[in-house]
Design a protein around this ligand. Structure first.
Ligand code: ATP
Ligand code: MG
Length: 556
């Protein structure tokens, strides 16, 4: 018997699997991730991916990637590539087990014929509206179609002619013959096949009848030897149909459908339809906009696969729907980046500081620790010069109480450098502060004074001459409301979800930064190099802010 390899927390699905291994029902666990390639994957899909591939990994089984491409009218090609890329990026591998539902069209057709022969499926010639009307409601039973008792021969003949293209779209459908009085509406003679005279991106014009999702899904699972078919709660009512179809035409053991609660996150939407609307309306700049909860958006924002997998573990799997706080996702990310992201200094809103007693033209290289969490990350040399930039908000001409940063007459520590003291404030005719003059104390190199005097604030800086200009994109939630699913989607957009800072300054080391590299800008947060970066223009995305504890904690 296979034992879990990694100590993932147990959950009701693992309990079921453990039971199936113990009873000998299954020897190898086979799961699948079955996206419809009609959009980019989002963080909700990541939950499902981590669950399915995680089970396969932990039980020494396998997980298939299967594209649900039953709907012939869709153009799936672009989306398939992005889905593969995203699954791989998350750290999972389907090996040789990449499948397409359309691969099974031949077999599905044979299964349909088998059902007809058993007298368990019939060709129905009611119109769509009539079928709906006959179906009844949640409180009223349905009525039987007048075509329900066609003979097997007639059904075989009609179904064959449907396949051959003798009928127009909608003229007939193939339905399962189950129970029009079932309390479960799904079981009221569901449609298995419909006529659609459209070519399919993979099967071309071979078919003009296409199987419905419910018929396709369970049989695709069975054909692939899936043992546990894990899906979200909306499919609970479809489970009896899933089982019914397999019982009629497929030998045991059957895959077991297990439902779990889908991931919902506040301040965002997760339906592909809504994400598509955001993309098409131009509210965001494409599927990988860093404000979207798509995997590609999160990647561009600076998320790591490790953080997303950690998040998936922490939220766990349950049977009850709930909404997860976006802050938990960000927390998982900070945890990971804190360990791995190199520190650097950047000034988002520069204020020039002239150190009047520092020799003009002199450059001194000061050592900065790259990552206090990771000694192997080493140190770097940071150029220090007479003119530097500090963060505009680290200076106050008239400081409020508890403001411990730079102010007239005040002394602060420059990170990795010296104590400086403000001597002068230079303004333009409008009264705007354009420059601050300071003196530095050469005795305080490295950040402490030999006479033991203390400063309350430590601020970051960059050399005015050596730093590089950068564009920094600062993001906030895309929606102003916690549940943007309520109300009109485009009416709750946060007008301040993207702020573009064009004149930020970063350390010269950033010359070698590559798209998707992640850094902690000291005191400001985590930032990621955007792929819009070119030879002469650095672009960063703010991944997630820090809780600003650094300046207070780091008093060394
Ligand atoms: P959407 O509602 O975003 O269009 P979907 O369910 O139609 O999603 P599919 O491509 O059919 O998208 O989903 C592929 C798999 O991902 C399914 O097994 C589905 O259950 C799962 N999945 C989709 N959304 C979520 C979610 N929010 N949380 C967990 N799993 C999800
Ligand atoms: Mg779907």
């Amino acid at each position: 018997m296979n034992k879990p390899l990694s100590p993932s927390p147990s959950n009701f699905i693992r309990t079921i699997i453990d039971g199936d291994l113990e009873s000998g029902k299954h020897k190898t666990i086979v799961t699948r991730f079955p996206p419809e390639p009609n959009g980019y994957l989002h963080i909700g899909h990541a939950k499902s991916i981590c669950l399915n591939f995680g089970l396969a990994r932990d039980y020494g089984g396998r997980c298939h990637l299967r594209f649900d491409d039953t709907n012939p009218t869709r153009d799936y090609e672009d989306y398939m590539e992005s889905i593969k890329e995203d699954v791989r990026w998350l750290g999972f591998d389907w090996g040789e087990h990449l499948y397409y539902a359309s691969d099974y069209f031949d077999q599905l057709y044979e299964f349909a014929i088998e059902l007809i022969k058993q007298g368990k499926a019939y060709v129905c010639s009611l119109t769509q509206d009539e079928i709906r009307e006959y179906r009844g409601t949640l409180t009223e039973p349905g009525r039987e179609s007048p075509y329900r008792n066609r003979s097997v021969e007639e059904n075989l003949d009609l179904f064959e002619r449907m396949r051959k293209g003798e009928f127009a779209d909608g003229e007939h459908v193939l339905r399962a013959k189950i129970d029009m009085a079932s309390p479960n509406v799904v079981m009221r003679d569901p449609i298995l096949y419909r006529i659609r005279h459209v070519s399919h991106p993979r099967t071309g014009d071979k078919w003009c009848i296409y199987p419905m999702y419910d018929f396709t899904h369970c049989l695709s699972d069975a054909l692939e030897g899936i043992t546990h078919s894990i899906c979200t709660l909306e499919f609970e009512n479809n489970r009896p149909l899933y089982e019914w179809i397999l019982e009629q035409v497929f030998p045991e053991p059957h895959p077991q459908q297990i439902e779990f609660a889908r991931l919902n996150l506040n301040y965002t939407v997760m339906s592909k339809r809504k994400l598509l609307r955001l993309v098409e309306s131009g509210v965001v700049n494409g599927w990988d906009d860093p404000r979207l909860p798509t995997i590609s958006g999160l990647r561009r924002r600076g998320y790591t696969p490790e953080a997303i997998r950690d998040f998936a573990e922490r939220i766990g799997v349950a049977k009850a729907n709930s909404v997860v706080d976006y802050a938990l996702l960000e927390h998982c990310l900070r945890d990971d980046l804190n360990e791995r992201a190199e520190r650097t200094m950047a000034v988002l809103r520069p204020l020039k500081v002239v150190i009047t007693n520092y020799p003009e033209g002199q450059v001194e290289y000061l050592e900065g620790v790259n990552n206090p969490q990771d000694p192997a990350a080493g140190t770097r040399q940071i150029p220090f010069t007479r003119e530097i930039y500090i963060e505009r908000e680290d200076f106050e001409e008239d400081p409020p109480k508890k403001f411990f940063r730079l102010a007239p007459g005040r002394e602060v520590r420059l990170r990795f450098a010296y104590f400086i003291k403000c001597t002068d404030v230079i303004k333009d005719e409008m009264g705007n502060i354009i420059e601050v003059h300071c003196t530095y104390d050469p005795e305080t190199k490295g950040g402490s004074a030999p006479d033991g005097r203390k400063v309350k604030g430590t601020i970051h800086w960059v050399s005015a001459e050596h730093s590089l200009p950068a564009e920094v994109r600062v993001y906030d939630h895309l929606f102003t409301t916690e549940d943007p699913n309520e109300g009109e989607l485009l009416e709750n957009i946060n007008p301040n979800s993207l702020e573009i800072i064009t004149d930020a300054r970063v350390e010269p080391r950033m010359r070698s930064a590559k798209p998707f590299d992640r850094f902690q800008f000291e005191r400001l947060g985590y930032f990621c190099v955007d792929p819009d970066t070119t030879e002469d223009r650095l672009v960063f995305n703010r991944t997630v802010p820090l809780r600003d504890t650094w300046a207070k904690v780091q008093k060394s």
